[in-house]
Structure formats: C-alpha cells, structure tokens
Design a binder for this molecule. Structure first.
Ligand SMILES: Nc1ncnc2c1ncn2[C@@H]1O[C@H](COP(=O)(O)OP(=O)(O)OP(=O)(O)O)[C@@H](O)[C@H]1O
Ligand SMILES: [Mg+2]
Length: 293
C-alpha cells in the first residue's frame, strides 16, 4: 500500500471534517502512538500562497503557549514535501454556528453555560495579550453540554499599548462583516473591547437566532455597525430579561470606552443577573415525553 493522499507527513487522514475556501480540516491519527489530531491544511489551490502559509505560522505563534480548557491546543506546523499544515487538538464537536442553526432549542437551553465559557475563553486570550479579532459562532466548538473551545487564531493581533496604538494602519481589513466592531471596520488598532463588541453580536445571535445588523449591501451593513440604532434582543426573544438585553447593548456600544472594560467585568455582571425570565426546557426531555405519548 502506497503512502498516497491518505497521509500528510506522519499523520494518517481519517476523514475530512470541513472544507472551506482557504482551509480544510481533517481528523487524523499518528499511527506511532494512535493519538488523534485535527489537521488544518490549505486547500490545494492555496498551498503555494505565501500569505496563507504565513497565516498558519501566525496561528501557531499566537496559540502555542495557550493552556486553557476552553481554548483549543495548537501543537505544531507539519510538512509533507512542500505542503504545510497545522496540527491541533481534535474536538469531536461541531461549531456553535451549526448548533444555533440546527438545534436552536439546545443552544437556548445551554446558553448560560455557553456564554460563560465563551467569555472565559476570550478573557483568557485577552489576558495573554491577544485580541482574537474574529469572534463569531463559527469559531467556537461546542458540546451538547455547552462546553466551549475557542479556535481560529489566523487574524489574532497582539494588544498594542502606549504610542504603538496610534500606528496601526492596516494593509487590509480582516474579520467577518456581521461581527466587526466599528474600530475594526475603520482599520484602527484593536483592543479587548473589540472582541467584546463581536461577542455582544454572538450573544445576541445565541439568544435570538438573528443578527442585530443586516444589510442589502456590505456598505449598508457596515454603516449600521458604525451608526445604526442598537437593537433590543427582546424583539426576537421576549423571554430574555431586561438586564440581559441591557448588558448586550453595552457590549455593542459604538465607542469602545462605553463598553464593559473586560470579559472579567462582564462575567461579574452576568453572575448577578438572569438571562431568561423562564429557564428554557431541556429539548431532550421534551422529546422523551413526546415519545411516551
Ligand atoms: N480542532 C478542531 N477540531 C474539530 N473541528 C475543528 C477544529 N478546528 C476547526 N474545526 C472545524 O473546522 C471549521 C473551520 O476551522 P477554522 O475556523 O480554524 O478555519 P477557517 O480559517 O475559518 O477556515 P475557512 O476560512 O475555510 O472558513 C470550524 O468552524 C470547525 O467546524
Ligand atoms: Mg474560522
């Protein structure tokens, strides 16, 4: 049997987890010790693209020293001939976007655990000196119990302090439009409050299955982030408390200085309020009851 496409370096490819426009994620095994890993490789058309190879190297540089239960571990860059790939801790769970889309009842039921762990993971990253810069449900893996792992550090940035903050002009603005803070849209230096804004959008979406800002065009969408009225999540989910809706609005403040100072302070606030007026029911329990009838 030859070592065909079923190997990348020493890693035997078991299956493809996901294929995107730049990267493919595989489940793989090191046959030597039978340990499983996730492999993030560039799609064939991008394998020679220096910028994309740099992004993989950057992702390793950002995450190699992280050590937290809510953050995926990134181990090394592997090579196979001229093909580079990232080797990561494998999670068996889908991303949070899929849970919101396919099992919204479960997402609501687990929302308190999910949102706490989302904030803990981002607070950890900020404390390590990094802004994630691409906070969105696709970049969190989630179990049915609501346990979270933060992933995708491809565009994370070192937090700038002092004078260097004023020299942040970006060659290109990166991020995902629906989740981008006003300062990210303007190409300004990012800070923990920028992740707080994007996490506010994620929180809104987790509770309502809707995005706070949408537009016919990207211009319209970006304009709403910068100057549109901040919507109330209770329009879509009246079971959310006023306190929680207010907290989300603070996270979505247009000016970073009007947002909460840190994820620690948000966790503090959230421990003192209720998210829901009535706690959502366990969807599995409902199903069992349905079956009995
Ligand atoms: N370590 C992992 N274990 C299991 N699944 C993973 C892992 N890392 C990523 N995935 C899955 O692959 C998807 C894409 O991963 P990631 O966000 O790192 O790539 P990306 O750079 O956003 O790729 P693209 O630009 O193609 O969207 C995730 O949303 C998740 O579903
Ligand atoms: Mg991603």
């Amino acid at each position: 049997m030859g070592r065909g496409l079923d190997y990348l370096g020493k890693y035997r490819i078991i299956r493809m987890v996901r294929s995107g426009h730049t990267c493919q994620i595989y489940e793989a095994m090191d046959d030597f010790d039978h340990k499983k890993f996730a492999i993030k490789a560039l799609v064939p058309e991008q394998r020679k693209n220096k910028e994309e190879i740099k992004a993989l190297q950057h992702e390793l540089a950002v995450a190699k020293d992280f050590d937290h239960d809510n953050v995926i571990e990134v181990y090394e860059i592997g090579t196979d001939g001229s093909v580079y790939f990232l080797v990561l801790e494998l999670s068996p769970h889908p991303n949070l976007k899929l849970m919101i889309r396919n099992d919204f009842e479960m997402a609501l039921y687990r929302a308190p655990t999910i949102i706490e762990q989302v904030f803990i993971s981002l607070g950890y990253m900020n404390d390590q000196g990094w802004v994630h810069s691409d906070v969105k449900p696709d970049n969190f893996l989630v179990s049915n119990e609501g346990d979270i792992k933060l992933i995708d550090f491809a565009i994370s940035e070192k937090i700038r302090t002092g004078f260097s903050r004023w020299f942040a002009s970006k060659p290109r603005i990166q991020g995902t439009m629906s989740y981008m803070s006003p300062e990210q849209i303007r190409g300004e230096a990012l800070m923990p409050q920028s992740d707080i804004y994007s996490a506010g959008i994620l929180f809104y979406e987790l509770l309502s299955r809707k995005l706070p800002y949408t537009g016919e065009s990207s211009d319209e969408l970006l304009r709403k982030h910068i100057s549109g009225d901040i919507p109330d999540v209770r329009t879509h989910n009246p079971n959310v408390t006023e306190d929680c809706s207010e907290l989300i609005k603070q996270m979505l403040a247009k000016k970073p200085e009007n947002r909460p100072k840190s994820f620690k302070s948000i966790l503090n606030s959230i421990s003192r309020i209720r998210i829901f007026r009535a706690m959502p029911k366990d969807p599995l329990e409902n199903k069992e009851q349905d079956g009995d009838e």
